[in-house]
Structure formats: structure tokens, C-alpha cells
Design a protein around this ligand. Sequence first.
Ligand SMILES: [Zn+2]
Length: 295
Amino acid sequence: MSRKKEDFKDYTVYGIDSIDSDIFDRQKRIKGWDQSKISNATVMVIGAGAIGNEVIKNLVLTGIGNIILIDYDFINTSNLNRCILFNVENAQQKEYKVDAIKDACKKLNPNVEIITVKNDLNDIDKAFYEKSDVICSCVDNIEARLEANNYAFYYEIPFVDSGIDELFGSVQSVYSEIKDAACLQCNVSDMDLDLMWKKFSCTGQEVESKNGETMGIIPAIITTTSIIGGLQSQQVLKFILGIDYFKEHNKWNPHIGPPLIGKQLNYNGLLNKFEVIEKLKNPECWTCSFKKIIY
Ligand SMILES: [Zn+2]
């Protein structure tokens, strides 16, 4: 049976040019996608190292409008095996990580606004928290991770954390509105705290033991970093695309899906496995059970 012109009256026919001239055309085809939410969003990224590179690259290519990037470190040659936004020249000139990322991102998407902050997390302008829709922690130590968790909880901003070690990695989200879900601080043991203070009682530099092994530097490779950075970015997008729907309906948009709130997604590159584990809320947690005052 042949079709008549009126059979297609409910369809809009795009020319090839209009489809291929829109940078975001392919992602706009995802059900539940709203590009205006993405381009109006502000994401705070704490840590401009390997995972920070991956997360920022993903956010910029997705069209995130504003990024507040926090890191006071310089680029070293040893960063170059896993940082897509750094180059050899950046390392030779010992540029700030945040400056090199800002320059590289302008080439990926000239419309992105990146505010660079070369300060410790505790010393940043608190107004940055109020501007942020999501906070992403891409740091390499427990202390900074817990600080970020604490600030995010205090300012009631969705928070996504990640960590890597060799062929292993994990991602976890925290959102203060979900009262029965664990935050990062909930599952910190006394042993973790003990290790944390021992580590930070020294200079933070690499330490060599008697048998020649080095400690204090986490083994890292781009394959693990990009997997974990991808998962973390996906969590950020879920919050940005889904939070209005959640506030209105008290459930997550079925097309976007729920973030990993109170859960941890673990990647095991040795055994090629992913698993999601539920994190238990600690009723004595000083961050989420007794909202800590921040001065
Ligand atoms: Zn907690």
C-alpha cells in the first residue's frame, strides 16, 4: 500500500545540514534529555588530575555551561600518561593544571565558562558552593574527599565522588535530600582516620621503604581513569537532567534513571567485574546525622 503525503504530516523532516550542524544533535536524541539544563548548569570539579581531566573533558563535550575548577598544583611530566587535556609543553613550563585545562577546553567548546581557583578547598570563596548544581570530587586522598563531602552536604548540593587504584576504581553519590542514604563520612573507620593522619603527618611526598618499594603514590593508568571518569560524569548528568523531576515527583525520571545515592559502584579491572554495593548510613555520622557547622 503506497503512502500519501498526509500520512507524514505529524513528522518534521530535517535536512542533513541541520542534523549535522548541531554539535549536540546525537545526545539530544536520548529520551529525557534537555540540553538547556546542561548548558545552564554549573559543576564544581575539585581536583584537576587524571580523573578531573576525564570528567571535565566529558562535561565540556556534553555542553555544560559553567565549571568551577579547583586545584593549586602544577603539571609534571608524570601526569602525561593519563591526562587528555595536558601536553608536553604544559609540563615543561610547569603550568598550573587549571590553566592548561581551561585553555584546552576552549578548543573543545568555546562556549564553556571555566572559573579557575588555585586554592585549597578550605580556602575557596563559599559563594562558589551556592552557584554549583553538582560537586564532583576527583581527588586522590581521603582527607580532601571527606572535606568535599562535608561541604556538599552542608550546602545541600548533590555530590559525586570517585577513586582509583591500579586496575580498580569506584564511584559514589551523596545527596542530602535522601535522608536515609549514607554519605562518604558514614563509612569511614577509625583505621581509615588513623591512616589518614599518619599520611598527612609527613610531607605527602613519595616514601621509599627498606625493600625499595615506594609508597604514597597511587599506581594509575588511563584505562581505569577513563572508565571511572566516564561513570562519574554520567552521575553528574543524571543529577542535572533529573533533579527537577525528582523534586516534583519524588522519584527519578525513568528515562534518565536514579543516581548512585547511598551506593557505591566498584570496578574491578583485574576480574572484569562491576558491582554495586549499598553503603550503610551511620546514625552517629557527624556529617549527615549531625549537620556539621562550617565556619
Ligand atoms: Zn554520613
